[in-house]
Design a protein. Structure first.
Lengths: 328, 220
């Protein structure tokens, strides 16, 4: 006698097995095995009782105080949108690294197949001059409007001057961030500081141990001969604009693509150090989970990497940090 | 559905993308109770639901230009809300998720102290409501979100499948197994012969003779 499998019975009663071989097996068992027949009858009655219980729940109505809070949050978002530099995605390109480790992964964010069939010719000609060095293929820019200078100066361009309202893990942090934001307004921006961070949607699955290894002389993917951490070069990878690049971004991170301004400023503030600059941002995976990997350098020349999750930058979640390490 | 302004959901969303400062708020106002219900019923806690809904709305507000129109706007909004809830739930892994009653015996689901009933609503069995909410809160996330959307919100399985981006059979399985687990928790199945709390299909102990054709490939 086969032991009663309640999960299968539930599937059967809920119509989840429709037309499969399993469905026929379960139906046979119910018809021929008294234990299964009894269990099916019991479960059926119990499910009806649950349905009654669920109907007892009253329908929630949005409370006024929550409505007011949301309205305020949305109007803040609207104001920030209005001040954002127009056309900030102009000229930005996202290079997609075909990391070998990602080859077997499928899922909603991985539309790598159809998109990758297209070559430069489909766009009426290559966007890049022939002979462009391979390492520059993975360079992406947010455009001159998003030049990231020392620390939080960059974000003044987006009207993020009031950081007091952003919780970055404590009052101290937000106080520091606000002070830095105020001071930064007066700080001159030197030309060398104006390089915007590299933007990637590499699809790479980073591992903890890899992230403490320096990948280039400046500790960023910019100067790595191959990918950020030595994944194969991607000669021939088509340049995709930010619009297409979003297909390569893991689903859970798409709401932060391509410029996670609140997230980035929160991560920078969390270092509580001077002149922390983001150097590269990769919308990818960390130990299998959709994560944003952010390389920063400090004024003292130290290089760090932060790995954050989809919650990064939301008001009370802070940075949703999953990992942080210094590059040696 | 068209409101006083006569614009469809999609038109409002496009207007928002085009710079209409009021369009998004109008879109939200149109669906706010439903969206709040999903957040509240999924999170089981009023404050966390407000946080999750805010996360979701800000995300939708920013990401509106990426709405491709291959699903209804409400489907897209629901998907963002469910994802925001799941993100928060996963981040609070180390904290209890069961909405324990406060000192007055009311759960943190609402603050009215009347088990969530509106003043004008018919009398609600407070004990049942509390028990059901507590039971829902202990379900695995996947089963809970499926039950909230199908059984509580009443959305068709096909639409829920789109919201959750899984197969319809998967939605049905999550609902069925979730309901079975609720049946145990709510005392509708006798002890000793009921499904184990963890589900009786442990992937590590799977017996080779089983067909293995489980819609989701294993119990949760």
């Amino acid at each position: 006698m086969r032991e009663v499998d309640w999960d299968l019975l539930a599937d059967h009663l809920g119509g989840a097995l429709a037309d499969s071989r399993t469905e026929r097996q379960v139906a046979d068992l119910i018809a021929t095995d008294p234990a299964w027949a009894w269990a099916a009858s019991e479960l059926s009655a119990a499910l009806a009782a649950v349905a009654t219980d669920l109907r007892a729940l009253p329908d929630p109505v949005l409370p006024d105080d929550v409505a007011a809070r949301l309205e305020e949050a949305l109007s803040g978002a609207g104001q920030r949108r209005g001040r954002a530099t127009g056309g900030h995605l102009a000229g930005s390109q996202v290079a997609a690294a075909q990391g070998s480790r990602r080859a077997s992964r499928t899922g909603p964010g991985r539309k790598a197949g159809p998109d990758r069939e297209r070559g430069p010719d489909d766009r009426g000609g290559s966007r890049r001059p022939a002979g462009r060095p391979a390492s520059r293929r993975r360079l992406a820019r947010w455009g001159s409007g998003l030049a990231v200078a020392a620390g939080l100066v960059a974000f003044a361009a987006f009207g993020i001057s009031n950081l007091g309202g952003m919780v970055i893990g404590g009052d101290d942090a937000s106080g520091i961030a606000a002070d830095r934001g105020n001071q930064a307004e007066a700080a001159p921006v030197s030309p060398s500081d104006s390089e915007p961070p590299q933007l990637l949607a590499s699809g790479y699955d980073y591992r903890r141990g890899e992230l403490s290894q320096r990948s280039g002389s400046s500790g960023t993917p910019l100067h790595a001969p191959d990918g950020p951490l030595g994944q194969p070069d991607v000669a021939g990878a088509p340049d995709l604009d930010a619009e297409d690049g979003s297909d390569l971004v893991p689903e859970a991170l798409r709401h932060l693509w391509p410029l996670p301004e609140q997230c980035l400023s929160a991560v920078i503030a969390s270092y509580q150090a001077e002149a922390v600059r983001p150097r590269a941002v990769d919308f990818a995976y960390f130990e299998g989970q959709p994560s944003i990997v952010i390389w920063v350098t400090t004024e003292q020349g130290a290089s760090w990497v932060s790995v954050v999750g989809p919650g990064c930058g939301s008001t009370t979640a802070g940075i949703d940090e999953r990992h942080r390490s210094q590059l040696d | 559905m068209t409101g006083g302004a006569g614009r469809t959901d999609a038109e409002l969303l496009h207007a928002h993308v085009a710079g209409d400062a009021n369009a998004f708020a109008e879109l939200f106002a149109r669906h706010r109770d439903r969206l709040w219900a999903v957040a509240l019923r999924t999170m089981g806690d009023r404050e966390e639901a407000a946080d999750a809904l805010q996360d979701a709305l800000l995300s939708a507000h920013r990401a509106a230009d990426r709405f491709r129109g291959d699903s209804a706007v409400t489907t897209w909004l629901h998907r963002i809300i469910v994802n925001a809830c799941l993100d928060r739930m996963r981040r609070r892994r180390s904290h209890p998720t069961v909405p324990l009653p406060d000192s007055r015996g009311n759960d943190r689901f609402d603050r009215t102290g009347v088990g969530g009933a509106e003043p004008a609503a018919p009398a609600v069995d407070h004990d049942t409501v509390l028990a059901v909410r507590q039971a829902l809160a202990t379900l695995p996330e996947d089963q809970r979100t499926a039950i909230v959307l199908v059984d509580l919100q009443g959305y068709p399985v096909a639409e829920v499948a789109e919201i959750l981006q899984v197969a319809e059979g998967t939605v049905k399985s999550r609902c069925s197994r979730g309901r079975a687990r609720l049946a145990v928790l709510l005392g509708h199945l006798r002890g000793g012969v009921a499904p184990a709390q963890e589900g009786n299909r442990d992937p590590e102990r799977d017996v080779p003779s089983r067909s293995g054709q489980v819609p989701e490939g294993g119990a949760r």
